[in-house]
Design a binder for this molecule. Structure first.
Ligand code: 2P0
Length: 355
């Protein structure tokens, strides 16, 4: 440490995840982000919809700073602060003999970080950018600081950045166990099956609109918890049974059950939004048309070909049972939503607000 001119950095890449049994609602007002029910998601292929974070530490840095897609953003928010505080508290000694760098456990509380984050997909499109973002931030900092905790323990830190982020620490199928503890120590992600377990599935995302949603997930959830009776029924009666059935469907690669549960859970999540006062509408007419097309198609076949699920926005996440079904799905989407001449280069259907 003779010279103060060194910079140590780590780069990590984390994909986003799509819930097939949804998280919607927090069980307390604290900053811990503790959900009212378990959820299950599928983590996307790391080559698509992912966040890349480079985190760096150097004695020359004067304060913690972060850039998102090359624009500096504030780190003063409580969620960033929670993640940074938690990860620093688990930091260990780091030594790079080649560079002559030695950082002790105690040094980490005095050193500042620079974080550069890049999303390879539109941040505003409601495609779970915060999930990939916080998972990647926590994972990359964990590597930089030689944190010894495993992915599951790291997921409990990422959860405090954004609930759904805890599920992006693993690939494949992941369950976020809601936990019972008041301090959130048992509210973490576990991997149900790795990415190779069911690799026939093909996920097609139909971007219906890339406009920013009107009601953020955080405030939408708060309003639902305060006003929806349906949410209480969902969290206590419906989801616990569905979680068990979904785990079984994933274990057995049982697409008919997987599809039935995924579509039903998406529809109930949007019903709970509608049961909120004032009601929250995340889907639009194009989303509804996509549901009708898929439902009709699935019913006309011997077995379901495609599952649909919609998050806090109008974009459709369509999960095809195999490549053949995915090709037919894309053909159908292009038939029902023919691209106009000016958006032939775009993959956006519906109101085509941004190409
Ligand atoms: C999910 N969503 O399970 C559900 C389905 C959207 C619909 O998790 O307040 O951004 O940061 O914990 O994680 C979106 O909510 O909310 C979400 P916070 P988050 O994927």
């Amino acid at each position: 440490n003779e010279s103060q001119n060194w910079v140590l950095m780590v780069t990590a890449q984390t994909p986003t995840n799509i819930a097939v049994i949804k998280y919607w609602g927090k069980r307390d007002d604290s900053t811990l982000i503790l959900p009212v029910n378990d959820s299950i998601s599928v983590t996307l292929d790391p080559n698509h919809l992912c966040t890349t974070n480079t985190v760096a530490v150097s004695p020359i840095f004067q304060q913690d700073r972060m850039w998102l897609n090359a624009n500096e953003i504030s780190l003063s928010g409580g969620r960033f602060q929670s993640c940074l505080r938690e990860i620093r508290s688990h930091a260990c000694d780091v030594e790079d003999k080649k560079k002559g760098i030695k950082i002790t456990k105690e040094d980490w509380s005095k050193l500042y970080l620079h974080i550069a984050s890049y999303n390879n997909f539109p941040t505003a499109a409601g495609l779970a950018s915060s999930a990939a973002g916080f998972a990647c931030l926590v994972y990359a900092l964990g590597k930089l600081m030689n944190v010894k905790e495993d992915e599951s323990q790291l997921s409990a830190i990422a959860r405090q950045g954004s609930g759904s982020a805890c599920r992006s620490l693993y690939g494949g199928f992941v369950k976020w166990v809601m936990g019972k503890e008041e301090n959130g120590s048992d509210s973490l992600a576990v991997q149900l099956a790795d990415e190779k377990h069911w690799d026939d599935l093909v996920i097609v995302i139909a971007v219906v609109s890339s406009r920013q949603k009107e009601t953020s997930s955080t405030s939408g959830m708060r309003e639902t918890v305060e006003t929806s009776l349906l949410l209480q029924h969902r969290a206590k009666e419906v989801v616990p049974k569905r979680i068990l059935q979904m785990e079984q469907a994933i274990r057995n690669r049982d697409f008919p059950s997987f599809s039935r549960l995924t579509c039903a859970d998406s529809n109930q999540f949007h019903a709970v939004c509608l049961d909120t006062s004032p009601p929250i509408f995340y889907m639009n007419d194009t989303s509804h048309r996509i549901i009708s097309i898929v439902e009709k198609w699935n019913r006309s076949e011997e077995a379901p070909q495609v599952a649909y699920t919609f998050d806090a926005g109008p974009n459709a996440v369509l999960i095809a049972r195999d490549r053949k079904a995915a090709a037919l799905l894309i053909q159908r989407l292009l038939y029902y939503f023919p691209p106009s001449s000016d958006d032939l280069n775009s993959y956006i259907i519906g109101d085509n607000s941004i190409a």
